[in-house]
Ligand binder design. Structure first.
Ligand code: PGA
Length: 262
């Protein structure tokens, strides 16, 4: 059975003082919880702070983006190896905000996925459709094209390595991100099954092991309905990851729903 994972995505929020207070509260609140995995993906300048405050706790840390290049003249970019230097476990890849605002494509996201694996990071590959795409009835086609970017570009050998590194897919319909509008548990479950099927067509055992998180306005009130769904293996949490009480509550729910499912 897949162990649940809750990842906070701080986005471009925080300061040294705010992060310290947030991490102190979160680690204290999660200290005794051990049947799920927890992490926070922090802005790159705070990786060193995250490393020093989270080392030795049960909360891992990661970056919010990985360059598709290994190194070079790419001003402002952050490489996978740099994240690894700061002890990151995870790296978000292809988040919809980057796809929309920074024009990342399936091709660049797939390349970043490969870079993350090469550096020994666990990629959290984000997929999801826009509101227009959902209304046009093409959500599955969009998500399939995003999945194909990694499945075809990288091949199953790489994907098996990805599974060893416990790679994660995050389904984040962009119409649910930061909007307070969540996919229903049934909508999310259906898409998670669809994503798992894309992988299973290539390798059933890999498909059974990949964790698929749901992201998009997860909060303490809707987390349990989402997390009890059989193919929802946890959450990628934006807004509520900035509030220690809400984040802890969501993590607690992940542990409780793991216990029920197990
Ligand atoms: P949200 O963000 O929880 O604020 O909707 C989720 C995300 O973008 O990862």
């Amino acid at each position: 059975m897949r162990r649940k994972l809750v990842v906070g995505n701080w986005k471009m929020h925080g300061s040294l003082a705010q992060n310290k207070a947030l991490i102190t509260s979160v680690t204290a609140g999660l200290r005794d919880l051990d049947n799920a995995d927890f992490a926070v993906c922090v802005p790159a300048p705070y990786l060193s702070q995250a490393q020093s405050l989270l080392q030795g706790t049960n909360v891992a840390w990661g970056g919010q983006n990985v360059s598709q290049h290994e190194y070079g003249a790419y001003t402002g970019a952050v490489s996978a190896r740099m994240l690894a230097d700061f002890g990151c476990t995870y790296a978000l890849i292809g988040h919809s905000e980057r796809r929309v605002l920074i024009h990342e494509t399936n091709t660049t996201a797939a390349a970043s996925f490969g870079m993350a694996l090469k550096a020994g990071l666990t990629p959290i590959f984000c997929v999801g459709e826009t509101l227009e795409e959902r209304q046009a009835g093409v959500s599955e086609a969009v998500v399939a094209s995003q999945m194909i970017a990694i499945l075809n570009t990288l091949g199953m050998d790489v994907l098996s390595k990805a599974v060893q590194l416990r790679a994660v897919i995050a389904y984040e319909p962009s119409w649910a991100i930061g909007t307070g509008r969540t996919a229903t548990p049934e909508q999310a479950q259906a898409m998670h099954v669809f994503i798992r099927k894309q992988i299973a067509e290539r390798d059933a055992s890999v498909a059974g092991r990949v964790r698929i998180l749901y992201g998009g306005s997860v909060n303490p009130s809707n987390a349990s309905q989402l997390f009890v769904m059989p193919d929802i293996d946890g959450g990628l949490i934006g807004r509520c990851s900035l509030n220690p009480d809400e984040f802890i509550e969501i993590c607690r729910t992940a542990c409780e729903t793991s216990a029920v499912a197990g």
